[in-house]
Design a protein around this ligand. Structure first.
Ligand SMILES: C[S@@+](CC[C@H](N)C(=O)[O-])C[C@H]1O[C@@H](n2cnc3c(N)ncnc32)[C@H](O)[C@@H]1O
Length: 235
């Protein structure tokens, strides 16, 4: 365990100890961006998120599992303030390097995750999280969603994009294999570890979890065969 919030119970899930891909490893963090840039366009992704979540220039946005800043950097050019949190020191280090090089003044970074991000001075307008929530087992995902709801203003938006399973449970073997094949085809590298050691959920589990943590799902979009986006509103 590398970091712990003061006063946290000893049984709190240790989100700093990574499952699956080892984002605490500097080499993995360095390769992450160059590999992802082969199949992602971070500015175009930001535009999509901005439109779908109806982000405004005055918004204060929290990016959870921010990585090297795929969202935080373009968001900083549009939104008033971006809080960017991640449990990986190397990923956050690369983001901090970009912030310094580009003299960005409106991103504040936190070495913290879904279960440990701090209370902010005021509730935020929006929370965005891409490809990160699946690092938590389901019980802790629900705790994370509750913490996200608590951090948001009433009516605030939560934009979640992640690997979500939406095949019938009866076909779990073929369904999982199809996801794996598609991930390998389009993203490469981490597909096997994602399935074997990380915690993607079924769509129906997440949808129930949103309801129980005070969110209404306003849009459900499949950005790829295995990537689902939920645009949720805090009730
Ligand atoms: C696949 S990367 C996604 C990074 C970025 N959001 C993007 O779209 O490129 C997953 C990120 O989630 C972070 N992560 C893993 N567990 C986390 C947790 N419990 N809380 C916050 N971030 C976490 C990892 O360190 C890593 O930076």
């Amino acid at each position: 365990m590398s970091e712990r919030i003061d006063g946290a119970p000893s049984w709190l899930y240790d989100e700093f100890q990574h499952a699956g891909v080892d984002y605490a490893n500097l080499e993995v963090a360095r390769k992450y961006e160059s590999r992802h840039l082969k199949f992602r366009d971070f500015d175009a992704e930001f535009e999509r998120i901005r439109e779908r979540a109806a982000l405004k220039r005055s918004d204060v946005v929290l990016d959870l599992g921010c990585g090297t800043g795929a969202f935080a950097i373009p968001a900083s050019r549009y939104c008033a303030k971006v809080y960017a949190a991640d449990v990986s020191a190397p990923m956050l280090g690369l983001l901090r390097q970009k912030i310094a090089e580009r003299k960005i003044e409106n991103i504040e970074t936190f070495a913290a995750g879904f279960l440990t991000f701090p209370t902010f001075p005021a509730p935020v307008d929006a929370v965005v999280s891409s490809l990160a929530l699946h690092h938590l087992p389901d019980f802790w995902k629900v705790v994370a969603l509750k913490r996200i709801a608590d951090a948001l203003k009433p009516g605030g938006v939560f934009y979640l994009s992640d690997v979500v399973f939406h095949f019938p449970v009866e076909t779990w073997r073929e369904g999982t294999q199809a996801v794996l094949d598609e991930m390998e085809r389009s993203a490469g590298g981490e597909a096997n570890a994602h399935i074997a050691r990380e915690f993607s959920s079924f769509d129906w589990f997440l949808e129930e979890a949103f309801k129980r943590t005070g969110f209404a799902v306003e849009q459900t979009i499949d950005d790829a065969a295995f990537i689902r986006v939920y645009v949720c509103r805090k009730k």
